[in-house]
Every structure is written in structure tokens, then in C-alpha cells.
Design a binder for this molecule. Structure first.
Ligand code: PGA
Length: 251
């Protein structure tokens, strides 16, 4: 199973900036990319085609859309469909990111619909889950993760090809804060996520990637991806510069 090293560029970068960061990333990593690594970039919609083109002909590199709606087309002002993402060069879609849950107000039900719809539309999907700090203080981490995963995957066929579905464990309190979860916290959460996936997908769960996200940096990435059940990372702030993300990709 290849480790998935994913960059989430959020609402940063114009088309030019995104394209030149993608080109720099390819220059710094393509020749050295180990066989067991895959690189994925989630740029903004307006930069998607340019980034996808910059990455396209490199083996092991792909682009994804940060969000999408649950219809192919129609009167849904402001929305974008998986079909349009694929047309712009995306292979992946992202669902359940904490900023969409907690700033844009998406609930588990809708995230579940989105995850299933993206997969049915031919995207690979990374579903993000993670507890808030008060959940952790109240000893609710497993309850929150189990609810988010079961509802997030409710309508996903149980025989889905395992390389098409990944989970990103991103504790909300570690996103953009510089406060990375400790190795025990990451191992415990990832082991628990694997257990839930196993209860849904059986042995295929062993082939599904579980990424860690939350203040991953060049100097902590190697330690994190060496942990059991960590099959990649989802990186925000430290993925915005080609040089910094290339160190993460090759860590
Ligand atoms: P961060 O963001 O790396 O800046 O903490 C991670 C994410 O939001 O996916």
C-alpha cells in the first residue's frame, strides 16, 4: 500500500501561484519519489486544471477537489460536481474536512451523502474525521470518530475497491495550531479507525489508507508516518511552499 502524502491548499493561491508551486513540487520530488509514496494536491477550484496539468504526466502524482455537490449538474448556484472536478483533472475529492463541518456547517448526514456520491461518480475520496478539544477532555474521542465514520460511510458499497477510500484523522485542535497530536494519541485513534473500517469492510479495511492531519511539518513527518496504521498525511500550512511540502513528501 502506497503512503498518500496529501496537500490541502484550502483558500490559498491564485492560478499562477498554484501552478508554480505544483511545478516546484514536481521538480523537487519527482525524480526521488519512492515507489511506496503517492502525492496528492487539493488546490482551489480555479487552480485545479493548472495544477492537474503540472502533475499529470508524473507517475504517482494526482490532484483533487476540496469539495463538491451531490448532483451531476443542475440549478445549484455556486456548487461544483464530481463530473466537473474530473473534467478539470481531479482524481480525488475531499469530504468532512473540519472547516466544512465547523465553519460551513456541514453535518454527518450530508458528509455521508457526499462521500457516497463522490465514489459513485468515479472519484477516489478522502473522508476527514476528528474530535474537538472538548470531546477529548470529555473522553468522547472514540464516540465522535465512530459516529463520523459510520455516518460518513453509511451509503458506501461494502465491496468498494479499498484504494478508492481513505480516512484522514484530523483532531480539530491540531489543525493550523502548531499543536500536533502525540504518537500515543495518533496510534490509538488510527487503531480505532482501522477497527471500525474492519467492522464495515472486513479484510479490505487493511488496504484502506488512514492519513493523519494536523500541524504536520517537515520536522515531525517522518516520526508520524512511521507509526502503525498511519498510511499518509494530510497537510495544510506546511504544504503551501514547494520546498516545505517536498521535505514532507520525501520524509
Ligand atoms: P494544518 O492543516 O496542516 O495547517 O494543520 C491540516 C488540514 O486542515 O488538513
Amino acid at each position: 500500500m502506497k503512503k498518500l502524502m496529501a496537500a490541502n491548499w484550502k483558500m490559498y493561491k491564485t492560478w499562477d501561484e498554484a501552478k508554480s508551486t505544483a511545478e516546484e513540487l514536481v521538480k523537487l520530488t519527482a525524480a526521488k519519489l519512492p515507489d511506496d509514496r503517492e502525492v496528492l494536491v487539493f488546490p482551489s477550484f480555479t487552480a485545479l486544471r493548472g495544477v492537474a496539468q503540472a502533475l499529470a504526466w508524473q507517475a504517482g502524482f494526482s490532484a483533487g477537489g476540496q469539495d463538491y455537490y451531490i448532483e451531476e449538474e443542475g440549478a445549484f448556484t455556486g456548487e461544483i460536481s464530481p463530473k466537473m472536478l474530473k473534467d478539470a483533472g481531479a482524481a480525488y475529492g475531499l469530504t468532512g474536512h473540519s472547516e466544512r463541518r465547523h465553519i460551513l456547517g456541514e453535518d454527518d448526514e450530508y458528509i455521508g451523502q457526499k462521500t457516497a456520491y463522490g465514489l459513485a461518480s468515479g472519484l477516489k475520496v478522502v473522508l476527514c474525521v476528528g474530535e474537538k478539544i472538548e470531546d477529548r477532555k470529555n473522553d468522547m474521542v472514540e464516540d465522535v470518530l465512530e459516529r463520523q465514520i459510520r455516518m460518513g460511510l453509511k451509503n458506501v458499497p461494502t465491496d468498494i475497491a479499498p484504494d478508492r477510500l481513505s480516512i484522514a484523522y484530523e483532531p480539530v485542535w491540531a489543525i493550523g495550531t502548531g499543536e500536533v497530536a502525540g504518537p500515543e494519541e495518533i496510534s490509538a485513534a488510527h487503531g480505532f479507525v482501522r477497527k471500525i473500517l474492519f467492522s464495515i469492510f472486513g479484510d479490505n479495511a487493511n488496504e484502506m489508507r488512514i492519513l493523519y492531519g494536523g500541524s504536520v511539518k517537515p520536522d515531525n513527518c517522518a516520526e508520524i508516518i512511521a507509526l502503525d496504521n498511519v498510511d499518509g498525511v494530510l497537510v495544510g500550512g506546511a504544504s503551501l511552499e514547494g520546498e516545505s511540502f517536498s521535505k514532507i513528501v520525501l520524509a
